[in-house]
Design a binder for this molecule. Sequence first.
Ligand SMILES: [Fe+2]
Ligand SMILES: [Fe+2]
Length: 363
Amino acid sequence: MDTVRDNNMREMPGWLGDKTPDDIYRSPLEIAWTFDYLMSGDKIEDLYRRAKQDQWNSDERLPWDLTVDPSRPMMNDEQDIYHRMPFFKKLSKSQQERFTAHSTAQMLSQFLHGEQGALMTAACITHSVPDATAKLYAATQTMDEARHVEVFARYCDKVAMVYPMSGWLKQLIDATLKADRYEKIMIGMNMIVEGLALGAFNNMYRSTQCELLKQLTFNVMRDEARHVSFGHAYLAPVIAGLPEDEVEDLADFAFEAVRILAFAGTAGTIASRVDPGFMLVLENCEIDADDFFAGLREAEQLGITRQLPPGQIHSLEHLMLPAIARVGLLTPRVRSRYEEAGIPVWEDPRILHAMEGGHPVAA
Ligand SMILES: [Fe+2]
Ligand SMILES: [Fe+2]
């Protein structure tokens, strides 16, 4: 689709490739040697063995020869709020196709940037976790994340566009990378960001019409399920042995991370006026922002909601909050912080357990 290629983000100066001072910083993390090389003989060793067996080569595993047409919806139209908006239906066919292509590229770009964040956090855990088996496991996760960066970069290349990282995602991953102890990095990444990713990949796998994206998300999701399991298996006994003030410090960190997400408006739509990437989507499609957001309000008044369709996983409800509860970070004090912020506390771990099996799940 030439119109899309004409707008290739890579050819637009100033959006990608230019680092800002916020993109380079020092970590306060302590680095830990260990000379006890005996394997732990527990769940972490089991996860390490599974991670070794489950390594995959994207060159062989995925059908890269398939053509991807970014102007065609990659998800079922009926599950996408934009395609159900009366405003959208009034746009010309070529404008609709452009919007589909650009908004999909904007969403996929967030997965790509998020995977780079995961790559760096997994490397941080490798050098800061004090346990030998956990170091080896974290090294496998680092390789998994490198593969995820690779496959999303290749897929975005097929769509021919990469959009900038959304502010809320950068804020969440920066808070994790700037944390002063490895436990916080595991909370921010293995429980929160990976809970978000696991839910999103699961939903994308179930709804996409693109066979390449379907196979890509299936394989990435299996790795992510292991990463979420690691966060719990390693941290639960560590947290159980910490003094109360340190547990409260970790519980506050988890709350702050959840709060960034809860107010990012990620459930079912990416439209936000405060997201320069989304505003760029509208600009590239020559859609007036005031008209678009008026159209979104009109759709909501007509009952066309941003709610996820039946069967789709809600990451906060089904994965993140249950993971935080399960590991012991919903202390009575921090529960009142969730309540004051208006964030419901979900504790039912059934979908979390099912997803840790590494297979797609319906809610
Ligand atoms: Fe990943
Ligand atoms: Fe991961």
